[in-house]
Design a protein around this ligand. Structure first.
Ligand code: MTE
Ligand code: MO
Length: 249
């Protein structure tokens, strides 16, 4: 059982509740109602599923023969391409932001951590699903190693790809961050991740929809708020297309 940073988690939930209420008091815009509905979904979903409820896991026989690539399927950055060609020997995963001990881990170090393997279903809002077997360390292990500070309310994933001229990023709350099925995967169906599926490292956050599953993760950042990141909505699709930040399944 992972030791949640309870006080910051509870403070975060209280702060979000307060923000949602004051918005509704201020104005009756569609935007604030939409935000309130989303907060409602998150709170109801959490209550029904239980904070650590598990997403279904499948057998190898149920795995999809191919796991398609969607969104970015390649990364233009020359350093990325050079590393991809050589198996990412100098690639580093950073853990930074509101942490006591910032980390910069090689792939070998990520692979040396205790591993979790899970066969899960990925659901994309564009109307397709795929079942795949993922392996990697739990995000909780990295956050514990970096010692997340009091006051961190969200974890942001910084990605190496640029889509429609913007850096892809995503964010999740501390419940999902410490969820046992939230892993940083380096392996899909027993093989190193192909480029199209997010090599060398991508998130699997199994209680969330496809667009939250950040690929090409180069940094994990603990933050108090994502207001100042991107357009402030907490993720690439949230910013460009108005997708809901909380995409719980
Ligand atoms: N960095 C990055 N992560 C991303 C995307 C992307 O374009 N860039 N697309 C998202 C979407 S919408 C989906 S459905 C999944 C697709 O994962 P896959 O390519 O492994 O099928 O990745 C998500 N994560
Ligand atoms: Mo998606």
């Amino acid at each position: 059982m992972v030791d949640l940073p309870r006080r910051s988690l509870l403070a975060g939930i209280a702060a979000m509740g307060a923000a949602a209420c004051s918005k509704i008091n201020e104005s009756e815009t569609a935007k604030s109602l939409f935000k309130a509905a989303e907060d409602g979904h998150r709170i109801t979903h959490r209550a029904l599923a239980g904070k650590q409820g598990l997403a279904p896991e499948y057998s190898r026989a149920e795995s999809s023969p191919t796991f398609r690539g969607n969104g970015s399927v390649t990364v233009a950055d020359p350093f990325y391409q050079e590393q991809l060609a050589r198996g990412f020997p100098e690639w580093k995963l950073e853990v930074k932001g509101l942490v006591e001990k910032p980390l910069a881990l090689t792939l070998a170090e990520v692979r040396a951590l205790p591993q979790r393997t899970q066969i899960t279903r990925h659901d994309c809002v564009e109307g397709w699903s795929a079942i795949g077997e993922w392996q990697g360390p739990q995000l909780a292990a990295l956050l514990d190693a970096a010692k997340v500070k009091e006051g961190a309310n969200f974890i942001v994933f910084r990605c190496a790809d640029v889509l429609y001229g913007r850096d892809y990023y995503e964010s999740i709350d501390m419940v999902d961050a410490y969820h046992p099925q939230t892993i940083i995967a380096h392996t899909l169906n027993g093989e190193p991740l192909p480029e199209k599926n997010g090599a060398p490292l991508r998130m699997r956050i199994e209680r969330q929809l496809g667009y939250k599953q950040a690929k090409y993760v180069k940094a994990i950042e603990a933050v108090a708020s994502f207001d100042d990141i991107g357009q402030g909505k907490g993720g690439f699709w949230e910013d460009v297309a108005g997708y809901q930040w909380y995409a719980g399944v």
